[in-house]
Design a protein around this ligand. Sequence first.
Ligand SMILES: *[C@@H]1O[C@H](CO)[C@@H](O)[C@H](O)[C@H]1NC(C)=O
Ligand SMILES: *[C@@H]1O[C@H](CO)[C@@H](O)[C@H](O)[C@H]1NC(C)=O
Ligand SMILES: *[C@@H]1O[C@H](CO)[C@@H](O)[C@H](O)[C@H]1NC(C)=O
Length: 189
Amino acid sequence: MASLLVLALFCTVLPLILASTSEPVRGPKEFKVGNYVGWRQPYVNETELYNQWAANRRFRVGDSLRFEYKNDSVLVVDKWGYYHCNTSNPISVSNDGNTVINLVTPGPIYFISGDPDHCKNGQRLVVEVMTLHPISQSPPSIASPPQPYWAVSPAPSPQSSSGVSVSVTLVSVLMALSVNVVTLVLGAP
Ligand SMILES: *[C@@H]1O[C@H](CO)[C@@H](O)[C@H](O)[C@H]1NC(C)=O
Ligand SMILES: *[C@@H]1O[C@H](CO)[C@@H](O)[C@H](O)[C@H]1NC(C)=O
Ligand SMILES: *[C@@H]1O[C@H](CO)[C@@H](O)[C@H](O)[C@H]1NC(C)=O
């Protein structure tokens, strides 16, 4: 019985997993941030430059980002540092003009320019890194386990049970009718 349940769950979950990884499998990829623009302060007409660049791409664990820049820097920061353009507590700092960041952990990773003014003008980037293995993506949090979609639905409401009884009544009426018809036909001389 238990193994049957496991099999049933497996059969329902497997297509979902396959669907979520339906993107063609590819090897690790290096993305050049900003394409030909590179990593620089955006003009006033392109403050969403890096968000748009990131929105059109999918980043996976194992991929890497190459930042090319002049007279600037790349800081990996936390979410707070990203939104406040705060450079005082970076996770890492690079200013060699050609920086490769390997994406090793799933989840968001935040980059800003070391120049707070450049950052405020849009020289910042958040990249959502996806894992290669969707199953391991669920965080080990036990605080609020997600409701599985196959959870047993609540007891049928009175409305739906009355619907069932209506159709049962209909079926019995139809059966009674057909019995009558058969009796009539057979009984006819
Ligand atoms: C923004 O303006 C600059 C000139 O200041 C221009 O070269 C560039 O093509 C513009 N970018 C966009 C996305 O319109
Ligand atoms: C480099 O950047 C600093 C601060 O952003 C600026 O004061 C300086 O003039 C820049 N140098 C060049 C060569 O662009
Ligand atoms: C940046 O954050 C630190 C605390 O982490 C704070 O002391 C500092 O004043 C902030 N700097 C700016 C420019 O907001």
